[in-house]
Design a protein around this ligand. Structure first.
Ligand code: BGC
Length: 475
């Protein structure tokens, strides 16, 4: 039974700008205090450096905005662009902004010949960009249910996460050279949601997720990251809320609000550190299903009972994000928090896209299957989905309460592989098109494209598919 009544969607109150810190403390005069918070006493060098830093912090604080994307030019990652133009047709989107993923400690300095964090920030300044988008993705015991993306840090490595991952990132972002950049930081995709959706008594629970929950590892690591990032006036932390196919059910939705609140108030953080929330990171869920509604009844049977919907009151991301946001505000987050939605791969255009509702004279399952634009075999399928397309292009303030549609997952980068690779790279059956994903009477394909490279590597066939099936279509 749900613990609360279903949330009522409310129009988002939108402030044009808001002071920083949100508690309303005056910005001027805080610099000395902030300096200590940001750098710690040991990091303060000469008096001249300290004065520069204090001035930069004051400047950044004075420039703080409600929606960092409003009127902003967003950084285009040249490494992703080079991959995009290497695929025929890719030049149509190669100038779109995508997020930079920090998925290992080594990526901060630059791993495998790729640009490090400072290089990206310097390049952003060279582009005269206003916004840079980062994804922090290295929580200890990461991705407790997926084989493919277990991270480098084990469940006991929280001290390393803090000292070797979060601290160096925060120190770089606090460099006065970057005070005029608005740095959107997407904090740990999927992690907190998994503490609900992949723990007992859900049938997809794993021991690793149980450990992540009982140890407090995710909550405390993320709380620490928020406390460091939230102290920086040029940084805008957005906390991940996964997507409707994980948290949409009431039994997950409401406990997840509690988990997010616990993380936002752990390890020295407060809810003020959270600038907003981000839905659908790396996922394929559509913004809005145009041809059916969760309240529809077909031949006397509610759509809720269809196999696809499976009693989930949420069938698409915008209403999910809106409802989730309202619940988070009710739980104590700032009433002006915004949301982001990752639309990099939720387009579902192409020849298989329905053009209207299916027939209502067959069964409810046939109606839903003929009406839905999300063409996955199951809403939980996540790996390199065949038939998916680029979604809405990155856009600022596209809908009430939504700060932006973003391309957080750089389209064309693999979600993982179903192939055996030599050392250290796990194969995930969910990336194998032949695997039966859900053990019941029926065969449930994973929907993954074949022959994918490991997670994060460029997958040209996937990118070609995304271009072909873009929705809205590419001009
Ligand atoms: C991978 C990361 C990668 C990111 C962006 C994730 O699924 O695990 O290694 O950086 O996607 O492509």
């Amino acid at each position: 039974m749900p613990r609360h009544a279903p949330p009522h969607a409310q129009p988002y109150p939108r402030a044009r700008s808001r002071p920083w810190p949100r508690a309303g403390a005056a910005v001027l005069g805080l610099a000395a205090l902030l300096l200590a918070v940001v750098n710690g006493p040991a990091a303060v060098g000469s008096t001249a450096d300290a004065a520069d830093t204090a001035a930069a912090i004051e400047r950044a604080a004075a420039q703080r905005v409600d929606n960092p994307y409003a009127g902003a030019q967003v950084y285009v990652n040249p490494e992703w662009s080079a991959n995009a133009v290497s695929t025929p047709g890719g030049e149509a989107v190669a100038d779109q902004p995508t997020a930079v993923w920090l998925d290992r400690i080594a990526t901060i300095g630059g791993a495998d010949g790729r640009m490090g964090l400072r290089e990206h920030l310097d390049e952003a300044l060279a582009q005269d960009a206003d916004v840079v988008q980062l994804v922090l993705y290295d929580v200890p015991g990461r991705d407790c249910d997926r084989l493919v993306s277990h991270g480098e840090l084990g469940p006991n490595d929280q001290p390393r996460y803090r000292a070797e991952f979060v601290d160096p990132i925060a120190e770089i972002l606090a460099d006065p050279a970057y005070a005029d950049l608005r740095v959107v930081t997407i904090v740990e995709p999927h992690a907190l949601a998994r503490l609900v959706s992949h723990t007992y008594p859900r049938n997809i629970y794993t021991q690793e997720c149980e450990t992540a929950k009982s140890s407090g590892n995710y909550v405390n690591s993320i709380g620490y990251a928020l406390s460091r990032l939230g102290a920086l006036p040029n940084v805008y932390p957005y906390l991940d809320i996964s997507h409707h196919g994980w948290l949409g059910w009431d039994d997950n939705f409401f406990p997840a609000v509690d988990v997010l609140h616990a993380a936002a108030t752990a390890a020295g953080s407060t809810t003020d550190a959270v600038h907003g929330f981000v839905a659908n990171v790396e996922d394929y869920s559509v913004l809005e299903e145009p041809y059916f509604d969760v309240d529809d009844v077909v031949m006397g049977v509610p759509v809720l009972q269809s196999r696809w919907v499976d009693w989930n009151r949420h069938i698409d991301e915008l209403p999910f994000a809106e409802a989730f946001r309202a619940e988070l505000v009710a739980a104590g987050f700032d009433e002006n928090i915004g949301t982001l939605v990752d639309t990099s791969r939720n387009g579902w255009g192409g020849p298989d896209r329905p053009t209207g509702p299916g027939s209502t004279t067959t069964s409810v399952d046939e109606f839903v299957n003929a009406s839905r634009t999300d063409r996955r075999f199951a809403v939980q399928n996540w790996c390199n989905q065949a038939g998916s397309g680029l979604g809405e292009r990155p856009t600022a303030a596209p809908a009430p309460g939504v700060d932006a549609y973003v391309w957080a997952k750089p389209p064309g980068e693999s979600d993982g592989t179903g192939l055996e690779f030599p050392t250290g790279l796990a194969r995930d059956p969910m990336c194998d098109p032949e695997y039966d994903a859900y053990p019941d009477a029926s065969y449930d394909p994973t929907g993954a494209l074949p022959d994918a490279p490991p997670a994060g590597e460029w997958f040209p066939e996937h990118f070609e598919e995304l271009l072909r099936n873009a929705w809205p279509p590419l001009n």
